[in-house]
Ligand binder design. Structure first.
Ligand SMILES: C[S@@+](CC[C@H](N)C(=O)[O-])C[C@H]1O[C@@H](n2cnc3c(N)ncnc32)[C@H](O)[C@@H]1O
Length: 207
């Protein structure tokens, strides 16, 4: 199996072929995780990919759950968890968003760098799991919409969500949906790239 090996700050990061290769969106989220100025009890990294954010989130949490629908991604995350000696506090599972997680699980911080690009006519030639790394369906919002509807019941009262969103998949709709679910939304950062802007969103309940 082809593996790329990186050193990222004090961490070792391996990336398997066929797993999302960390890009600007991953790094934008990572930067926000590194800047967190408090510690949390339970963390969740949804769509963990190679685990780039999981291994840094683990430093800020007592326990972390990392989930991905792609079994190769969860194997990749688990290797990175082991390489960085974090296996005592990180659990990695294959799953479709939170479908398998019991309602009793409540998280204090949730990360999501979703597949957010609108479907492309050439996507049909790409394998399903690779496509799921970036393809968010016709409007790019399949995972985003499901996430915003599902996550409220899994987030503690003072819990926060950190999420990356592209200008290509309707930021205004995301903000509106979070507000309808009772969240306050802050855009922590925006970066412009050649064909899109990336936004880092923080969502949390007021009060
Ligand atoms: C843009 S990649 C982000 C990977 C990693 N978090 C990062 O920042 O580099 C999106 C990830 O979400 C995963 N994914 C897509 N649909 C999913 C679903 N329904 N449930 C869980 N994970 C999903 C993909 O397999 C992929 O690893």
């Amino acid at each position: 199996m082809e593996i790329e090996k990186f050193k990222l700050r004090d961490k070792i990061l391996w990336v398997f072929r066929g797993v999302y290769r960390p890009a600007q969106d991953s790094l934008m989220l990572l930067d926000a995780v590194i800047k967190l100025d408090k510690n949390f009890e339970f963390g969740l990294d949804l769509g963990c990919g190679c685990g780039i954010n999981t291994i840094f989130l683990a430093e800020k949490c007592s326990e972390v759950l990392a989930v991905d629908i792609n079994p190769k991604a969860t194997r990749n995350t688990w290797i990175n968890v082991k390489l960085n000696c974090l296996s005592d506090k990180v659990h990695v599972v294959v799953g479709d968003l939170l479908n398998f997680v019991g309602r009793e699980r409540i998280f204090d911080i949730v990360l999501l760098n979703p597949p957010y690009l609108p479907e492309d006519e050439y996507d049909k030639y790409i394998s399903t799991f690779e496509k799921l790394s970036w393809n968010g369906g016709v409007k790019g919002r399949n995972i985003i919409d499901r996430f915003i509807h599902t996550i409220p019941q899994f987030l503690s009262g003072k819990g926060i969500i950190l999420m990356v969103q592209s200008s290509l998949s309707n930021l205004k709709e995301t903000i509106k949906m979070f507000r309808e679910e009772g969240f306050k939304v802050e855009i922590l950062e925006t970066s412009s790239f050649f064909y899109e802007k990336l936004h880092l969103i923080k969502a949390f309940r007021e009060g």
